[in-house]
Design a protein around this ligand. Structure first.
Ligand SMILES: Nc1ncnc2c1ncn2[C@@H]1O[C@H](COP(=O)(O)OP(=O)(O)O)[C@@H](O)[C@H]1O
Ligand SMILES: [Mg+2]
Length: 457
């Protein structure tokens, strides 16, 4: 039994006792029929008082008790509780207000949880690593990317001192500077993981409480390895281009100077002039290839697709390369299937096939043979250019598509090569959503294979 109900029953009991005492004390004082009247009056009064007690209990004591219980529940964080709303009771409005409050609290709580979840998933799924430390240096939070980058488990980082779990000096320096200057600091760090070096940019930012006291720092780590790699490629490219340009220019300048300064006989003059002509031709080829490459690499580069009869294209290319082949006593043979069609950029595809044919001629001895064959290959067209020339050593095979890479520099130069032909070729093939492979045995020959989709979407 609850205390309130017990109180109510005690009161009922005491009123009943009082009533009995009153009945026994007053009724004997009167006589005759007056005794009945007094008895009925007292009984009436008794029931009135009991009813009054019941009303007070029902309308005030019990609802207030429920309200108190509900508020206790709300305080302890259970926002789902509601009080029963008794519209007739005087406490009805209070009950309504408490329920309204409970509903608000429940909404607020739901929103807060949702925001926390959203914030958490943003931090957790960021492409950059995040670490939050307090002003003593204890780690409070790390995200998934951070764990991936630095390798230990999440549990190992949280609640540890950052310098106990991270041994990069630059991180320590960044944190020290953030705490010292109380402003964002940017640094770069290197990480070596599984023999690979990663470059990370770390940005440390202080965070403050409302009174502007420093409370700790947030560190964000971006992986800039790919960016660094591209930067290196760009630097190498500029260095290579400069180097490639220097040789012909030096020789043109040298021969021109000699011709200007010295009195030369006709024959020597002719020889020098032909060298100047050859070198300027090389320069022209190089610049043409460089322009081609930069055109292919432009963001808005697009191919002019059209339906191409492969037979015609191959025949035309062979016709163009014939002079060069004849000069070396070589045969160009067309083989494979006929009547193949595909959607491609005519001029670009011809450039690809010519590049491969010229390479086959250039890197084969006199009297060799070059075969150009096309095949149907379920949704793709396969074009093979094979020679029985000098071949390429297996260890350098993956490098031949790199810009300026040449197995034998002098030989390539003599044939007017720039070292850019295969990288341009690969670019064009990939722009057509195709692939290029090479198969080669030293002193036996090479086969370059390109696979091109018949349809372009
Ligand atoms: N058919 C081939 N046989 C042997 N070596 C080849 C062949 N094609 C290409 N190579 C090698 O690959 C290198 C790169 O070719 P490429 O990019 O066309 O440059 P280039 O012909 O201007 O030197 C060549 O220098 C050569 O060493
Ligand atoms: Mg070439």
């Amino acid at each position: 039994m609850t205390t309130h109900r017990r109180l109510f029953l005690t009161q009922v009991l005491s009123v009943s006792v009082l009533f009995v005492v009153l009945v026994f004390a007053i009724v004997p004082l009167v006589f005759g029929s007056a005794q009945y009247i007094v008895f009925f009056l007292l009984t009436g009064a008794y029931f009135m008082i009991i009813l009054l007690f019941y009303q007070v209990y029902k309308n005030y004591v019990r609802p207030v008790k429920h309200l108190v219980e509900t508020i206790d529940s709300l305080v302890s964080g259970n926002y789902k509780v509601r009080v029963h709303e008794d519209f007739h009771a005087d406490t009805g409005r209070l009950q309504g207000a408490i329920n309204e409050l409970a509903r608000h609290l429940q909404d607020l709580n739901r929103q807060e949880k949702m925001h926390a979840r959203q914030l958490n998933s943003v931090i957790e799924n960021m492409a950059s690593g995040v670490m939050l430390i307090d002003q003593q240096g204890y780690v409070h939070l790390v995200n998934k990317r951070f764990v991936d980058l630095f390798g230990l488990t999440r549990e190992r980082y949280t609640d540890s001192l950052y310098y106990d779990v991270l041994d990069q000096n630059q991180i320590d320096e960044t944190v020290q500077e953030v705490f010292l200057y109380e402003q964002p600091i940017k640094n770069e760090i290197t990480l070596t993981k599984d023999l690979t070096t990663y470059y990370l940019e770390v940005i440390g930012a202080p965070y403050f409480n409302q009174k502007h006291d420093l409370r700790g720092a947030v560190l964000v780590f971006h992986d800039v390895t790919e960016f660094k790699r591209l930067e290196q490629i760009r630097k190498d490219f500029v260095a290579n281009v400069s180097h490639e340009l220097r040789t012909p220019i030096t020789s043109i300048k040298g021969f021109a100077e000699t011709m200007l300064e010295d009195e030369l006989d006709k024959e020597l003059e002719q020889r020098f002039l032909s060298i100047i002509y050859k070198e300027s031709h090389r320069l022209q080829l190089l610049i043409q290839d460089l322009l081609d490459l930069s055109k292919l690499e432009k963001v808005d580069f697009h191919l002019n697709y059209q339906v191409i009869q492969l037979d015609g294209l191959i025949r035309e290319s062979v016709e163009m390369a014939k002079v060069q082949a004849k000069a070396k006593g070589m045969d160009l043979t067309i083989a494979g299937e006929e009547g193949l069609e595909l959607s491609a950029d005519y001029d670009r595809l011809k450039q690809v096939i010519l590049n491969l044919i010229y390479n086959a001629i250039n890197y084969s001895p006199n009297g060799g043979e070059v075969t150009i064959a096309a095949y149907n290959s379920s949704g793709y067209v396969k074009i093979e250019v094979s020679d029985n020339g000098m071949g390429i050593a297996t260890e350098v095979l993956p490098r031949i598509f790199e810009r300026f890479y040449r197995v034998d520099k002098a030989r390539s130069r003599n044939t007017g090569g720039t070292g850019l032909g295969l990288s341009i070729t690969k670019h064009i093939v990939e722009a057509h959503h195709g692939q290029i492979f090479v198969d080669s045995v030293v002193d036996e020959g090479s086969t370059f294979t390109i696979m091109l989709p018949k349809e372009q979407t």
